[in-house]
Design a protein around this ligand. Structure first.
Ligand SMILES: [Mg+2]
Length: 153
């Protein structure tokens, strides 16, 4: 049986800043410190560099799920997250993340071997498997993460 990897969205699969860059200056000022609450912000974001390729490689050896948090005060973000997955991975039955998007504020409750996440928040640091700290010195990018995980199989 394949081992399970959970993958965070913001600043792991999704390049958050590419969405910010498309916003008007007055919106950026208005939502300063809570940019994840800007309506439709998620639909503007591009994939993180090499994320799509890497995920396809990993899917051959692992069972993959997206494990993301959506802002409590930005309901449209919940919609835009699934739309983002549809757009970049497809929505068909044989698509990579078909019915594999989990939205949670308690990531520690999910059972599996690995969690790729850039922050300790929302239960990531208490995940029972191994937390792969994306963006850290050990795992600065998708290349290092993919190489590490493929040699673990
Ligand atoms: Mg994140």
């Amino acid at each position: 049986m394949k081992k399970i990897i959970y993958i965070d969205m913001d600043n792991v699969l999704v390049d958050f800043k590419t969405g910010i860059e498309k916003l008007d200056k007055n919106i950026i000022d208005e939502y300063d410190g809570r940019l994840d609450e800007v309506p439709s912000i998620f639909s503007l974001m591009e994939p993180y560099p090499n994320a799509i390729d890497s995920v396809h490689k990993l899917s051959k050896k692992y069972d993959l799920y997206i494990l993301s948090t959506a802002p409590w005060l930005n309901p449209s973000a919940w919609i835009h997250k699934i739309e983002w997955v549809h757009k970049h991975f497809g929505k068909e039955k044989d698509s990579l993340f078909y019915k594999r998007l989990i939205i949670s504020h308690n990531k520690n409750l999910n059972t599996g071997e690995y969690l790729i996440d850039d922050r300790p928040n929302n239960g990531a640091k208490d995940f029972k498997g191994e937390w792969i700290h994306f963006g850290s010195q050990d795992f600065p990018d998708w290349e290092t993460v993919t190489e590490y995980l493929l040699q673990k199989v």
